[in-house]
Design a protein around this ligand. Structure first.
Ligand SMILES: [Zn+2]
Length: 347
């Protein structure tokens, strides 16, 4: 591959010593850092979507200081990681380390938390119901590949829908099954084997982590009923804001957005273009990214093999990230000066 370097700022350079020592899970971070260095990651030979051979490296680390080479494809604008995980590493990682990393609670506690009123799962359900309106009543079968403990499927089950999920983590699927959700252990092919078709497929924070995006999307398409919908939620870098509302314009801390588990980062236009290549069109969506797609009847039949990002926003994604970082650094230096003045004026 032809790689150029345009690291966003000094903050994005990897240095083992920068791993966040104050993090309560420092030992775990060190463990992951060693795992990542040793083995388990392969390197991409081209852009996983458009197969472009040119890319620009924008970051060498994630929010915790863990190594990840994030690059922007010069051709289509996709932000993707140079490294990707081998299937074995992924299985081990998600089973053993990932869940420790994210929380210290028991699996059942987590399920109950994740399915209570106004939890993210409940909000996803309400969003889909609101956007589909009357059409929601026509949904009979709901599926979710990579469903974890099935928390996203739970509100649909309670609404009288048939639900099917799959996940590799047996410990998690067991909890969902105990709560009455049909969950198969394994990948998307397990759902395909059921020979059932879904009226709604939920892809909640899955797309960013799938190793083989094309294979996965082809599987999703196989599962979908001709008049079905796909709900996609994935971190969108153009919708990433600071939680302090008044500072949002200045505080888009992209570094805080990066997780080493990311394989790809989308904005809405890229996601639309990717899904268009599977003859799926946008039904509703925003930049954060929460979206619903459905089959484009005008195009069904033949698959569009070429990937041409016609929705691309004029400013390239690398330039967009750079300008975002410049604003952020300005904000930080202003904050430093301001606190110095405050200290000086203290009686
Ligand atoms: Zn590309």
């Amino acid at each position: 591959m032809n790689l150029t370097k345009k690291i966003l700022s000094h903050r994005y350079i990897y240095n083992e010593k920068d791993i966040d020592t104050n993090n309560t899970r420092y030992d775990l971070l060190k463990k992951i850092n060693d795992l990542l260095k040793k083995e388990g990651r392969k390197e991409r030979a081209c852009c996983p979507i458009c197969e472009g051979l040119e890319a620009c490296i924008v970051s060498e680390r994630d929010r915790y200081g863990l190594p990840i080479t994030l690059m922007v494809c010069t051709q289509c604008g996709l932000i993707y990681s140079k490294e990707y995980f081998s299937e074995n590493f992924l299985l081990d990682y998600y089973k053993s380390v990932y869940n420790q990393f994210k929380t210290g609670k028991t699996d059942n506690q987590l399920f109950l938390e994740r399915t209570k009123l106004n939890s993210p799962s409940d909000q996803r359900y309400k969003y889909i119901k609101k956007i589909l309106g009357k059409k929601f009543n026509d949904l009979k079968i709901i599926m979710e590949p990579g469903c974890n403990d099935g928390c996203n499927l739970s509100p649909f089950l309670n609404d009288g829908k048939s639900v099917y999920g799959c996940d590799f983590d047996e410990k998690k699927t067991k909890i969902g099954i105990e709560h009455g959700i049909n969950i198969l252990t394994g990948g998307i092919e397990k759902l395909i084997d059921t020979k059932k078709k879904a009226d709604l497929i939920i892809l909640s924070n899955v797309l960013a982590h799938v190793t083989d995006l094309k294979k996965f999307m082809a599987g999703v398409k196989k599962l979908l009923n001709t008049d079905g919908y796909i709900f996609i939620e994935t971190p969108g870098f153009r919708g990433w804001w600071d939680h302090i509302r008044v500072l949002r314009q200045y505080r888009k801390n992209f570094l805080d957005f990066i997780q080493f588990e990311f394989c790809y980062i989308f904005d809405l236009s890229l996601l639309i273009t990717l899904l268009n290549s599977y003859n799926l069109k946008l039904y509703h969506g925003d930049e954060s990214i929460r979206s619903i797609f459905k089959i484009d009847e005008n195009k069904s039949g033949h698959l569009n093999k070429s990937f041409n990002n016609s929705n691309k926003i004029t400013k390239s994604n690398a330039d967009y990230l750079l300008s975002m970082e410049k604003k952020f650094l300005k904000f930080i230096s202003f904050k430093k000066k301001f606190s110095k003045i405050l200290k000086r004026n203290k009686p």
